[in-house]
Design a protein around this ligand. Structure first.
Ligand code: ZN
Length: 404
C-alpha cells in the first residue's frame, strides 16, 4: 500500500470498479489488492482459490478481538463479481468510475462494489477499536452465476471455524439500506422425453417424444394451480405462495417428422416456509410412473423414456427478526419500519444454513443492478458507512472515535 492508496468509500469504489471482475473471469487481481489493503490494517487474511481454478478466489479477512480471538463476532459479506457490460450502450466507460450529480457510475457500483467500498473504508477505524468480538470481511466469487464462491467459503475449515458463535452476517446486496430478512428460493429443472424419430407418415414406426412431454406439461400446470389455490401462503411477497413456471418447451424441428426429443424447462420459486423438495419428489414420482405406464405401453422401443433433473438451485432465506443482529442494525439505522422481504435471490440462504443469523442490507437500489449506466449515490454510500460502523460497535464492542 502506498501514499496513493484510497481510503474514502468513494475512492475505494473507484479502485474496485477498475477491476473488470466479471463472473467466470479472473477476480484474483481484485482479491489480492483487497487482501494487501486489509493486511495494512493488521487484518488476518486467507485467500481461498476456487476448486480447480487458481484465477478466481474468495477472501476471508478478520480483525481479531482484543485478545487475538478469531471466532464469532460479525461478518460483512459481499460478492466481488459483476455481470458483463458487453453490448450495453454506457454513457461512460463501465470500468472507470464517473461522477455526475452525486451519482457514482460504473459496473458494480450498486451490485455490489459500493457495499464493499463502504466496508473497506471502515478498516482503519475498526483496526483502532478495542474489539470485544472479531469483525470479518468476506469477498466471494461467482455470485451472479452459480454461487460457487459462498458455497465453498462456508464449507471451508476457516469459514466454519470463524463462524463458531457468530452473532450474524450482513450481505450487502443493494436494498437502499432496508433490512431484508427473507426472500424466495429458486430452483431450475429440466425434463427430457426421448422418443424414436421416423417419417411423419410412418406413425407406427416411431414414438413421438412430444406425447409424454405434453402429459408432463399438463401435470405441471395442474400443480401450479394446486399451489396457488391451497398454498401454503406467506405475506410480504407480490405473489404470496410458491410459484411454478413451465418456461421452455423444445420439441421437434420439422413438420414432417415424428419428434425424437422434447425438453421442458421450468422454474420453481418457493416461499421460505415451503419445502421445494416435496415438489421435486412429486414430479420424480410422475416421471417414473410415466416411464412404467405410458412410455412402455405406447412405445415398446429401446431408449425411449423420460427423465427429470434439477439443474440449478438457490435456497430460500427466511431469517429471524428477533435476534441481536437485527436489533443492532435497527438501532444503527436511521429509519423505522425498514424490515422487508424481497423478490431477488442472494447468498443469504447458504450462510443461514450454517446456523447463524443473516440479513441482506446494502447501499443502492436493486433497480440499478445489472443495468446500463449502473450507479450508486454518494449519499447511500456514506449512509452505509455510518450504519455499519454503528452496528459493528454495537455487536463487536469497542469505542468508536468516528464522526462519519
Ligand atoms: Zn449482487
Amino acid at each position: 500500500m502506498t501514499q496513493d492508496t484510497p481510503h474514502s468509500a468513494t475512492e475505494l469504489l473507484r479502485k474496485l470498479i477498475s477491476f473488470p471482475s466479471v463472473s467466470h473471469q479472473p477476480n484474483m487481481p481484485l482479491i489480492q489488492w483487497v487482501e494487501q489493503y486489509l493486511k495494512s490494517f493488521r487484518a488476518v487474511t486467507e485467500v481461498q482459490a476456487a476448486a480447480g481454478d487458481p484465477t478466481r478466489a474468495n477472501l476471508i479477512a478478520t480483525f481479531p478481538d482484543k485478545h487475538g480471538g478469531l471466532q464469532g463476532g460479525l461478518v460483512c459479506s459481499g460478492h466481488s463479481d459483476v455481470v458483463s457490460a458487453e453490448g450495453q450502450p454506457w454513457r461512460s466507460p463501465p470500468y472507470v468510475m464517473t461522477e455526475r450529480d452525486g451519482k457514482l457510475y460504473g459496473r458494480g457500483a450498486c451490485d455490489m462494489k459500493g457495499y464493499l467500498a463502504a466496508v473497506l473504508s471502515l478498516a482503519k477505524e475498526v483496526s483502532e477499536l478495542s474489539l470485544e468480538r472479531p469483525f470479518h470481511i468476506w469477498l466471494t466469487y461467482n455470485e451472479e452465476t452459480d454461487m460457487q464462491g459462498i458455497k465453498e467459503l462456508v464449507a471451508s475449515p476457516t469459514g466454519r471455524e470463524r463462524l463458531q458463535g457468530c452473532l450474524g452476517c450482513i450481505i450487502g446486496e443493494p436494498t437502499s439500506m432496508q433490512i431484508v430478512y427473507a426472500h424466495k428460493g429458486v430452483y431450475f429443472h429440466e425434463y427430457t422425453s426421448i422418443g424414436k424419430g421416423a417419417h411423419a407418415a410412418l406413425q407406427t414406426s416411431g414414438y413421438n417424444a412430444n406425447q409424454a412431454a405434453g402429459e408432463m406439461l399438463t401435470h405441471l400446470f395442474a400443480l401450479q394451480q394446486d399451489i396457488a389455490t391451497n398454498g401454503p401462503f406467506e405475506e410480504g411477497y407480490p405473489v404470496p405462495h410458491t410459484t411454478l413456471c413451465p418456461s421452455m418447451v423444445h420439441g421437434g424441428v420439422v413438420y414432417n417428422s415424428i419428434t425424437d426429443k422434447c425438453t421442458i424447462g421450468f422454474d420453481i420459486r418457493n416461499i421460505p416456509s415451503d419445502d421445494p423438495d416435496r415438489y421435486y419428489a412429486n414430479l420424480k414420482t410422475f416421471v417414473s410412473a410415466q416411464n412404467d405406464r405410458v412410455v412402455k405401453a405406447s412405445a415398446p422401443l429401446e431408449g425411449c423414456g423420460t427423465s427429470l433433473q434439477r439443474v440449478e438451485e438457490v435456497p430460500a432465506f427466511g431469517g429471524r427478526v428477533d435476534c441481536a443482529l437485527v436489533r443492532a442494525l435497527q438501532a444503527a439505522s436511521e429509519e423505522k419500519d425498514n424490515l422487508v422481504k424481497v423478490n431477488f435471490c442472494t447468498e443469504a440462504g447458504y450462510v443461514q444454513q450454517t446456523g447463524i443469523d443473516v440479513v441482506v442490507c446494502g447501499p443502492g437500489d436493486i433497480a440499478q443492478a445489472h443495468q446500463v449506466d449502473e450507479f450508486v449515490t454518494e449519499e447511500q454510500l456514506i449512509k452505509c458507512c455510518r450504519v455499519l460502523l454503528k452496528t459493528i460497535t454495537l455487536l463487536c464492542g469497542g469505542k468508536s472515535k468516528s464522526s462519519i
